[in-house]
Design a binder for this molecule. Structure first.
Ligand code: ZN
Length: 74
């Protein structure tokens, strides 16, 4: 019987690893963005079934900042 091993595997389902501080955490199911409980960095999440994946950081504020800097240098 392999019920024990599949149970262990299940625990990691839905978990992502912060690409900033490498902390593992479980975002709320179905959310499209979440923030790391450890460092507070925000991430976009994509789901394939039960499996959560970090897509990219939420750069909104950064992009604004960069755009403003560009304006100044031009
Ligand atoms: Zn983090």
């Amino acid at each position: 019987m392999t019920t024990g091993t599949s149970d262990k595997k299940r625990k990691r389902i839905g978990q992502v690893r912060c690409q900033n501080c490498f902390e593992r955490f479980s975002p709320q199911k179905g959310v499209d963005r979440t923030s790391c409980p450890e460092c507070g960095w925000e991430w976009y999440i994509s789901w394939s079934g039960e499996l959560a994946k970090i897509r990219k950081p939420v750069w909104d504020s950064w992009e604004e900042h960069i755009a403003e800097t560009r304006k100044k240098t031009k």
